[in-house]
Design a protein around this ligand. Structure first.
Ligand SMILES: Nc1ncnc2c1ncn2[C@@H]1O[C@H](COP(=O)(O)OP(=O)(O)OP(=O)(O)O)[C@@H](O)[C@H]1O
Length: 259
């Protein structure tokens, strides 16, 4: 796997936060799914988010990506961009890529065509498939396919891939669009132990050029990421720090790890 596709402005000296949430609250029918949540992700960081079911992890991702509007609080990208003012499509275009749990690759197209389609973005499938890529674009597609470990499978139809390989393809389809911040929702769900470890290695590789926030329940995966961990509980941060530290926290053991 090789490093690929540099994100612009990644090492901007002035930027304090790639993602900054402050005092964010969101209620559904009076129930606070997100409760005064604050989170600060530095440029270039790899951050793992853990927490029990219903802690608010998905709602937090929905708020960052514009799918859900918070009732109050600040949500900022690259210090100055107020994400609450934008819709989902705008936020994707600003450079925030989200990978959902369920892969959405086109099963009847090849690995290569899926990445090509993702590069074409919002243009039509037909346009993407019959439009000739520049040599730079072709290199980009090939680099991404190599990065996600599917070089040998580039010509295979996506429907023939294993569950884990489909997840990697999906990650590649996001990377080719050049996001600065990548949000990844439970990538290891349904994977074999080997695929889980490969996925942790892939995200660490991707983190060389991108800020990455990953939500996951699999503690072996979290351990392999070897990153700062945020524990969410009842819509706010219960603990934050190295896994060794948060996993020794009695409250974290009580509400999550000890279950
Ligand atoms: N659209 C909605 N309407 C009503 N309640 C909601 C809605 N979305 C989320 N909730 C509630 O908000 C709380 C937080 O849910 P959320 O899905 O964000 O948790 P989670 O940490 O992602 O959980 P899991 O680990 O199970 O995916 C839950 O109690 C959930 O039922």
């Amino acid at each position: 796997m090789s490093a690929v596709v540099k994100s612009p402005g990644f090492h901007s000296a002035e930027m304090q936060s790639m993602l900054y949430l402050n005092g964010v609250t969101k209620s559904f029918d009076g129930f606070k799914a997100i409760n005064n949540l604050s989170l600060d992700i530095a440029p270039g960081e790899l951050r793992a988010i853990i927490g029990p079911n219903g802690a608010g992890k998905s709602t937090m991702m929905d708020i960052i990506t514009g799918k859900t509007r918070p009732d109050s609080g600040q949500v900022r990208f690259r210090d100055s961009i107020d994400l609450t003012q934008y819709d989902e499509a705008d936020i994707a275009n600003l450079g925030i890529g989200r990978k959902f749990q369920k892969p959405t690759v086109v099963e009847t197209l090849s690995v290569w065509q899926n990445v090509e389609l993702a590069l074409a973005g919002t243009r039509s499938v037909l346009h993407a498939l019959f439009h000739t890529l520049s040599s730079e674009q072709t290199d980009k597609v090939n680099d991404v396919i190599k990065l996600v470990g599917l070089k040998e499978k580039a010509g295979d139809i996506a429907g023939s891939l294993s569950h884990g390989q489909k997840q990697w393809l999906e990650i590649g389809m996001l990377i080719v669009q050049g996001p600065e911040l990548l949000l990844v929702d439970e990538p290891a769900a349904g994977m074999t132990d080997h695929e889980t470890m490969e996925t942790a290695a892939l995200l660490k590789e991707i983190n060389k050029d991108h800020t990455v926030v990953v939500v996951e329940h699999d503690m072996d995966f979290i351990k392999a990421l070897d990153s700062k961990v945020t524990v969410l509980h009842e819509g706010s941060v219960l603990a934050e720090g190295r896994l060794e530290v948060v996993s020794a926290n009695p409250r974290v053991i009580e509400v999550y790890l000890g279950r």
